[in-house]
Ligand binder design. Structure first.
Ligand code: SF4
Length: 282
């Protein structure tokens, strides 16, 4: 896994896509573009080559994507190499349903997720239209959780699109929460809230997250508050109304096959990896 993730609601990240395009208010301070630009200067030539040419600093000093979305097929093999069950955030540095990701590549990722039921995959997109369009052509394994971002009220229609998909667990990332939101939570299993963090963090009012918590309570939906954000997110912490919220859907446990079997599966599904399922570099 791409090291242990510091994201509070997952254990690991699986980045077989790098690069994206800003498409939504929540993208303004995209952390992925910062990470990818930094990794393009990594002293390890494999890491720098994977990340090169995807992000740049604009004349106004802000970072942006160049527009290229890069698929790294050999990385599709990585989950076979992880020795213990993990909750895996799929593509923290891109968007699985970006318009430039070929449907065949998305299907291959689903094949890997289906072949590794001992992991739980958390896919998150802002491209809810393409998600809904492709969903009938995807065979949804029970260990794939599908989420959409809803950073403010104008993006609530993404929830309607998510509802139409075949995912067993459907969730909302209400982060960075930019204002009060009223959500239709019918058919939704899990909601995550959080304030924006970083040097350009926009204001966050805990009352907005508390109101989402109340909507989750009324609808019987699991609720997770990730962070209060701000320029120093360590200082503002995760307490909301004096306590933490760590609700999360149940994971379906499944045994991890021996390494020999996992290598054979990887060789069949991801021949590009050349039979290696070593832990990846970011
Ligand atoms: S969709 Fe996600 S990865 Fe892509 S620009 Fe927006 S915040 Fe960044």
């Amino acid at each position: 896994m791409s090291a242990t993730s510091s994201i509070e609601w997952t254990n690991a990240t699986w980045n077989f896509l790098l690069g994206c395009t800003k498409c939504s208010a929540g993208c303004a301070s995209c952390y992925a573009v910062t990470h990818v630009l930094r990794m393009a200067g990594n002293p390890n030539p494999r890491v720098s080559a994977a990340n090169a040419g995807l992000a740049y600093r604009q004349d106004n000093g802000l970072l942006n994507w160049t527009g290229e979305v890069r698929g790294l097929p050999d990385r599709l093999a990585h989950p076979f190499g992880w020795p213990a069950p993990a909750k895996v955030f799929v593509n923290s540095l891109s968007d699985l349903f970006h318009e430039d990701v070929p449907v065949g590549f998305i299907r291959r990722a689903f094949d890997v997720m289906r072949a590794t039921p001992w992991h739980t995959y958390q896919c998150l997109t802002k491209r809810a239209g393409r998600l809904a369009e492709l969903s009938p052509d995807l065979d949804w394994p029970a260990n794939v959780w599908m989420g959409v971002s809803v950073e403010s009220q104008p993006y609530a229609p993404r929830v309607d699109r998510l509802r139409t998909t075949g995912a067993r667990v459907k969730f909302l990332s209400v982060e960075p929460l930019l204002g009060p939101v009223t959500l239709d939570l019918g058919g939704i299993d899990w909601v995550i809230t959080g304030g924006e963090s970083g040097p350009h963090a926009r204001p966050f009012d805990p009352a907005w997250a508390l109101a989402v918590r109340d909507q989750c309570r009324a609808a019987g939906v699991k609720f997770f508050h990730k962070q209060n954000g701000g320029r120093n997110k360590k200082a503002t912490g995760r307490l909301l109304g004096g306590r933490t919220y760590d609700g999360m859907p149940d994971v379906i446990p499944a045994p991890v096959p021996p390494a020999r079997e996992r290598r054979a599966l990887a060789a069949r599904l991801v021949p590009e990896a050349g039979g290696t399922v070593a832990l990846p570099m970011a």
